[in-house]
Design a binder for this molecule. Structure first.
Ligand code: ZN
Length: 95
């Protein structure tokens, strides 16, 4: 039973990470000059789901120098996951 839960958690993490990677790949260009941004490491964030907490790798990118920015780098993932709780878990918690 314990092993099957670990396998399911690993599977969910892989699915979510693949969705995140696809989103990041589509959003790794400067929105002004459309140049491809350089990757600057990553953070690990926790995402709460009905099936437990998942660890997701959130890549960081250097800001483009075409306009002045307040920060050196940013993560685009908060635009996708602005709340670190899945909609299904939020629904169940609100019931
Ligand atoms: Zn730019």
């Amino acid at each position: 039973m314990k092993e099957s839960k670990e396998i399911l958690k690993s599977l969910r993490e892989n699915i979510v990470q693949n969705q995140v990677n696809a989103y990041v790949e589509d959003n790794n260009c400067c929105q002004i000059c459309n140049i491809s941004l350089k990757k600057k490491g990553h953070n690990e964030i926790k995402f709460r789901t009905l099936f437990g907490k998942l660890s997701i790798e959130s890549p960081r990118f250097r800001n483009c120098k075409c306009i002045e920015q307040r920060t050196v780098s940013f993560s685009s993932l908060p635009n996708l996951i602005n709340e670190r709780v899945s909609p299904e878990l939020q629904f169940m918690e609100s019931k």
